[in-house]
Design a protein around this ligand. Sequence first.
Ligand code: YXS
Length: 279
Amino acid sequence: MPLVRTAFADHIGTIALDHYDKRNALSRALIADVLAAFGAFRKKTARAVVLRSAANEKVWSSGHDVHELPKANVDPLPYGDPLEQLMRAVKTFPAPVIAMVHGSVWGGACELIMACDIVIADETASFAITPARLGLPYNAAGFLNFISRLPLAVVKEMFFTADPIGAERAERVGIVNMTVPADALEARTYAMARTVAQRSPAAIGAYKEAIRVLSEAVAVNPDTYEYLHGLRRAVYFGPDYQEGIQAFLEKRPPQFRRVREPRDPLGQKRDGARFPRIP
Ligand code: YXS
């Protein structure tokens, strides 16, 4: 049973997340169906793709399928993770991907929205990036999807509080292009898609790829890369991540304890530095 519904008309593809029993959690299986739809629309040379929820419910997507996250001591968001593959598929699709948002967007689904080219929401929409609730370390590509789109102070507020930002403020800070009344959302989204589909697909394809390359042009030398990776390792090997995942699965609030003195792999107490030395 496919976990997405698709449609194609007037050069416009539609991918509708359709697994509301699990609040459209971005599971490996659901992502595989979304990636297959993008592959089919690439063959049809779609000029725009609308990414939406099939259900007109209070949740658009609840983010990464937490049951598919490692329980501890393993990088939870490696390069090959299906959700990371989905982000790259959206960003490299040769035509604009327009997110149509009714309802709340959580965790990795919030980053998925950031990876889309255009976001049209209604007044029921809200956006929360929630790794801090799980004690989960975020990756550089993920941060860049936010930093390249939003003011730093908003990125920090979202990551440090893990609280939702409502539709009206989401439009003000740039999470969405526009917020429209719920009864106008579908019409406004497809009107935008039709306009895009009337323009030059060759030019727009080149614009999208050029903007992607330029927006990702961040020079990180090997030392800095290792430093950033060290920051993540310290978290996913740490007690918070284990407790965060366990608490979610047990449906209880997490109890994050004081950070234990980090020990190097030989178990030697280090000089109290909580993170690897800055190169
Ligand atoms: O218990 P059953 O079998 O009925 O299933 C329940 C939930 O377990 C399931 N479900 C999920 N399953 C896997 N992964 C999820 N993210 C997830 N979210 C929900 O869906 C069924 C209905 O859930 P329920 O009863 O809670 O629905 P609700 O309508 O009362 O509440 C909807 C939500 C979205 C407010 C609530 O489900 C929720 O808070 N979900 C978790 C949102 C979240 O924290 N997402 C972040 C996941 S981690 C992630 O995306 C990244 C790795 S990161 O952490 O970096 O952002």
